[in-house]
Design a protein around this ligand. Structure first.
Ligand SMILES: [Zn+2]
Length: 471
């Protein structure tokens, strides 16, 4: 070291600043080593994948109100006990009870000058919460609609038709959740928007940019002012061929048969497991995922992954002998997919008990390589915890954003609590989401585990420092 450099270093590290840096350096090293310990436990002796295997292969799809959902409640209580939870309990909540009721079928027929040119079947799935056609099915001319603006312009053409919304994912968005948010109104409100002008049924291009033909279901909601018409999602290849036939100005009619039914609301439960806080037992750090999933597959990425992430965080803290300062509470929510009632019920109970939630972190974006955590914090507060990123970087997380939390924890924001969400790589999520492809085989064990490592590390840092500046 040159004398000049030595002098400038001495000037730079004046005594108080140096000792402060030294303290934070020590804290940072201690945290880094502790997080390494959590990571080793999860990557070498983890239970996340075996738990997911168990949930997906012995129970499978588990829509709220289905027999499989109640099996999942029993499974989750056992998994939380096995993970070392000191207290496991159920929180009752009423949930919608929608059933598919049988296989969904559809086909389209192309006619020219009343001559049948071709008939082609369509791979479809009835939309969640939709009403079925009944066993006879319905047949009606199809109307190709590209946007709600076009629906409005062509409202006089809609009566008696089956409206086909062909609104694709916007491939310009690198983060696929943006494309989903952009397209999903066609699934959620498209059926009632078409019924308003006299449509008799709706088909919607699946919310995906996958290269297969699996239809992707998901919730829709009826507007009570209009007739409840049947609605289904179409696989992307079939959506392309239906759009091509309609684009040729040929007469196209669609046959649609769905057997779906909405039954009266039924009782289900959020499944909860806890480690009691040693300093602030009345303040909760929540880690969650949703236990319900769509019926056509195993709900492995959505949201089995989130459930086993949350259970694994509790397990690893216990396994390494960590004594949390705040109460660590895993909540496996009952009804994210077609009602969000589990999250609403939880927030309602928190409000009634006036219970403080220091932080509520959800994993509901799949078991892919972690990239980011999103928080409901304003930018200024987020800046204070950004130094944590260097502790999380070895496990994949390189960014904190202020885009809020998961769907089940978001109701807590109204009570002033901070929520967040694990944001993994999003490129493959919508290939599987709500489709038959959402199975265990699409989950990579290491990627799943890294998600749990990142969540455990974040929970540890929040438990130790709160949302104040730290090392
Ligand atoms: Zn989900």
């Amino acid at each position: 070291m040159s004398r000049l450099l030595l002098i400038s270093c001495l000037v730079l590290f004046s005594a108080p600043a140096f000792s402060q840096n030294n303290v934070s350096l020590n804290a940072s090293l201690k945290d880094s080593l502790f997080i390494r310990k959590l990571a080793d436990e999860i990557l070498v002796d983890g239970h996340a994948y075996s738990n997911l295997q168990n949930l997906t292969k012995t129970i499978g799809g588990r829509l709220s109100g289905s027999p499989q959902f109640y099996q999942a409640e029993v499974w989750a209580q056992q998994a939380l006990h096995d993970a070392g939870a000191e207290k496991v309990y159920l929180q009752a909540c009423m949930v919608p009870h929608w059933i598919r009721g049988g296989a969904d079928t559809a086909a389209f027929t192309t006619l020219e000058n009343k001559t049948l040119l071709r008939t082609r079947s369509l791979d479809i799935l009835a939309l969640g919460n939709s009403k079925g056609t009944g066993p006879q099915g319905i047949t009606a001319p199809a109307l190709l609609i590209h946007s709600f603006d076009e629906l409005q312009r062509r409202k006089s053409d809609v009566k008696g038709k089956i409206v086909f919304y062909d609104y694709p994912f916007n491939e310009r968005y690198v983060e696929t959740f943006r494309a989903y948010s952009d397209a999903v109104p066609y699934r959620v409100t498209g059926p009632s928007n078409a019924a308003r002008y006299g449509a008799v049924g709706v088909l919607v291009r699946s919310m995906s940019s996958s290269t297969d033909n699996n239809p992707h279901t998901g919730a829709m909601n009826y507007n009570d002012s209009f007739p409840q018409i049947p609605a289904a999602a179409v696989g992307l290849k079939d959506a392309d061929s239906l759009a091509a036939a309609l684009g040729k100005n040929a007469q196209v009619s669609v046959y649609l048969r769905t057997m779906a039914q909405m039954l009266p609301d039924t009782l289900a439960h959020n499944v909860i497991g806890e480690l009691r806080g040693s300093v602030f037992p009345d303040q909760v750090i929540l880690i969650g995922g949703h236990l319900d999933s769509w019926d056509p597959a195993e709900g492995a990425q959505d949201d089995g992954a989130g459930c086993v992430h949350a259970i694994e965080v509790l397990r690893v803290l216990k396994a390494v002998g960590y004594k949390p300062r705040h109460t660590i509470r895993v909540v496996l929510f009952a009804n994210e997919e077609n009602g969000g009632r589990g999250g609403k019920k939880y927030a309602e109970e928190v409000g009634a008990k006036k219970e403080k939630q220091l932080f509520a972190l959800e994993s509901d974006a799949g078991g892919f390589t972690p990239r980011c955590f999103s928080f409901s914090l304003p930018e200024a507060k987020l800046a204070a915890i950004r130094p944590w990123i260097r502790l999380l970087q070895p496990y994949g997380v390189y960014e904190f954003t202020s885009r809020g939390g998961g769907a089940d924890v978001t109701p807590l924001v109204a009570q002033g609590f901070t929520v967040g969400e694990l944001v993994p790589d999003s490129q493959r999520y919508f290939d599987y989401h709500h489709s038959r492809a959402d199975v265990l085989e699409k989950v990579n064990k290491r990627e799943l585990e890294l998600g749990a490592v990142s969540m455990a590390a974040l929970v540890y840092l929040v438990d130790k420092y709160g949302f104040t500046p730290s090392p």
